[in-house]
Design a protein around this ligand. Structure first.
Ligand code: ADP
Length: 655
């Protein structure tokens, strides 16, 4: 079966759950059981390639450019997500405009580099030209700069190295970018930088034929371009210097309130170096921002500069660094902050195996990986458009400035502060935690095996009588455009996976709070003694709890079970497609909720036997052994869903 291509009414909503009470927007469910597009689907939201017949669903708007609007787009047959630039023919009616687009396509399609936005394909219909590009879910350095204003030197090195690698490739191919600026450095889900927008790019010409056109962003224009002496690779290097300056100092080097004055400053290379800059950073900037292009550092010289050779460059940056200052630990730190805090506060770690120092360093990378994995949700998630957010309930606003509170207080630094002065009742470090990728891998194996062996059948095998031994998600709220993803489990506990990858949960009786920095670092507190520094998260958690209590209904008839004394379940990852929400838990449970008809499939392994529970549209639940399904087959209704889940999991496994 091809994946379903209906347009979920949830596409543009952050909040979701199983059934809304009347105060919520009406959710229109297609009548038929088959996961097909409803007849009423908005035609403009589907793009069809007239050449191949391939259909794409157009998702949210990512941004607007000179000619184009850029949207998220999903190939309905492969579920692959792209960023699609949609250029109306009317916008490029003049020959020189059309030529520009053709030039962009021509140049970009031949570029294949890790740090260049991948050009996938293009086509046009009677209304528009469509250019399908690699989707960079974390937008661009311009967005990061807007939130952060200045970055740390290691972060600047991290990004610049990737830009330089792309630029070396371009220049080697004889291509000049000619519009290097923060907004054209895209960042993907894994925090990798990708140079994009080849709208002004051009092939390098011999000196006497150099392009004399003035193009680029005024602030970053090189003096020789302004003086119409032509644009060479050195002019890209100049812009790179301006980018470096902007990221380190917070404003472009030649910015003034008057464009003429800016141009005068560029032509005379008049700029100031703030005293906060390190000596190597100053020296490097001075070597790049030279009037004479021939005297300017080359890309090689930049990389060989002590700014790069002597300074620490992280291998990865946490996604949280898009909005807040990251805590970066250079290699060979004496101890990671976490280990230090844990030791100081709790004397000993309850680690099963004593870790070597190198493994302690892994704690940081695990944390980073955790953050990155968590944020996978953003890649497929069709989050709300601005202004369609879940707004705080009256009288229950979590805090005066909740976003800031979460951002600030969930940093590790704050955690160390918070835990230091509190009554944390326990802190545990686990070495054998299951990861989301392990769950995905195992589920892919089991499902593949089951689907390839099962015989055709019209109905499901006999369901098990007793199926109350596992916990499942009965309500959920996606508030990730502000805080994170909240959910209520069938045992009545509440959890929130915050956008920064930390997790907090509240026991069913609301007496105990568990806080996880990562999958394997666990703190617990009495709800009455949550450290001050975690109060922001606590308020958000309580807010989610009361919201779900008041507004959402439980999503099925499965009985609730009492919370046992063991550790709470952790949501490791959630992924939203236009059809379903998938959630992965630390005990290996995997739950997929289909939006259109509220059906759900839950994989659980309560006692090492893999069970599949299907909650149908009437909210009746049936649990089967996966082995019985493999042996006897299942209804087409369930089979379609299992196939969809397998596809989704395989896609995640490839990430
Ligand atoms: P411009 O060249 O005027 O910036 P573009 O058409 O290249 O216009 O892009 C418009 C906007 O679309 C960008 O500013 C950015 O927000 C978004 N965008 C473009 N390409 C991508 C991409 N590959 N991934 C994510 N967003 C993108």
């Amino acid at each position: 079966m091809e994946p379903a291509c209906f347009l979920s009414p949830f596409d543009d909503h952050v909040l979701g759950s199983d059934l809304y009470k009347s105060s919520q927007p009406t959710v229109v469910s297609p009548k038929s059981d088959r996961m097909e597009p409803p007849k009423t689907a908005e035609p403009t939201r589907i793009i069809v390639d007239p050449g191949t017949g391939r259909a794409y669903s157009k998702g949210r708007l990512l941004g607007k450019g000179g000619f184009a609007r850029c949207y998220e787009a999903t190939d309905l047959s492969s579920n692959k997500t792209y960023a699609v630039k949609v250029i109306p023919h009317t916008r490029v009616a003049k020959p020189h405009q059309r030529e520009k687009i053709n030039n962009e396509i021509e140049l970009h399609r031949d570029l294949h580099h890790k740090h260049i936005v991948k050009f996938s394909h293009h086509f046009e219909d009677s209304e528009n030209i469509y250019i399908f590009l690699e989707h960079c879910s974390r937008k661009s350095l311009a967005h990061i700069w807007k939130s952060r204003h200045t970055l740390l030197e290691p972060e600047v090195r991290y990004y610049l190295k990737q830009i330089i690698s792309a630029l070396k490739y371009l220049h080697l191919k004889g291509i000049l970018h000619r519009d290097l600026k923060l907004g054209n450095f895209f960042v993907n889900e894994n925090m990798e930088l990708k140079v994009g927008d080849f709208g002004l790019a051009a092939r390098q010409e011999p000196t006497d034929h150099k392009k004399k056109t003035i193009c680029g962003t005024p602030n970053y224009l090189a003096p020789e371009v302004l003086l119409r002496q032509g644009h060479g690779p050195e002019s890209d290097v100049w812009s790179l210097g301006c980018v470096m300056y902007t990221l380190l100092c917070g404003t472009p080097p030649f910015e003034t309130s008057d464009l003429k004055e800016t141009y005068r400053c560029i032509k005379h290379v008049t700029y100031t170096l703030p005293p906060s800059l390190s000596i190597p950073a100053r020296n490097l900037l001075m070597g790049i921002l030279k009037l004479n292009p021939e005297e300017r550092f080359t890309l090689e010289e930049i990389l060989d500069h002590e700014f790069f050779t002597k300074g620490y460059t992280p291998d990865k940056l946490p996604p949280s660094s898009c909005v807040m200052v990251p805590e970066l630990n250079p290699p060979n730190p004496a101890k990671s902050l976490f280990v230090k805090v844990t030791k100081t506060l709790f004397g000993k770690r309850k680690s099963k195996i004593k870790k070597a120092p190198s493994e302690e360093r892994d704690d940081i990378s695990k944390l980073v990986t955790g953050l990155m994995k968590t944020s996978i949700c953003r890649q497929l998630s069709h989050k709300t458009v601005e202004g369609n957010e879940l707004t705080p309930l009256s009288g229950q606003s979590p805090s005066s400035s909740p976003v800031q509170t979460v951002a600030e207080e969930s940093s590790q630094k704050s955690i160390s502060r918070s835990v230091r002065g509190t009554m944390a009742s326990s802190c545990e470090v686990f070495d054998d935690c299951i990861t989301a990728s392990a769950i995905i891998e195992s589920a892919v194996g089991l499902l593949k095996n089951c689907l390839s062996h099962m015989p055709p059948a019209e109905k499901n095998p006999a369901s098990l009588a007793c199926h109350e031994h596992f916990v499942w998600v009965s309500k959920w709220v996606d508030y990730s455009n502000k805080y994170g993803f909240g959910y209520q489990l069938s045992n009545h506990s509440i959890g929130v996976l915050f956008n920064d990858g930390t997790h907090m949960s509240l026991s069913a009786n609301w007496k105990k709070v568990h806080y996880n920095l990562t999958n394997s670092k666990h703190f617990s507190f009495l709800a009455s003694a949550v450290p001050e520094q975690l109060q922001g998260q606590m308020s958000v958690l309580q807010y989610f709890a009361s919201y779900m209590e008041q507004h959402l209904m439980k999503g099925g008839d499965l009985p609730s079970i009492e919370e046992a004394g063991q550790l709470p379940l952790l949501l490791l990852q959630w992924v939203k497609t236009n059809q379903a929400l998938m959630m992965l838990f630390s005990n290996g449970t995997l739950q997929v909720n289909f939006y259109n008809d509220h059906t759900k499939v839950i994989f659980s392994k309560p006692d090492h036997t893999c069970l599949i529970t299907y909650i149908n549209r009437d909210r009746n639940s049936y649990t089967y052994k996966l082995s019985s399904i493999a042996e006897l087959g299942c209804s087409p209704e369930l089979q379609r869903r299992l196939k969809y889940i397998l596809k989704l999991l395989q896609q995640r496994a490839d990430v």
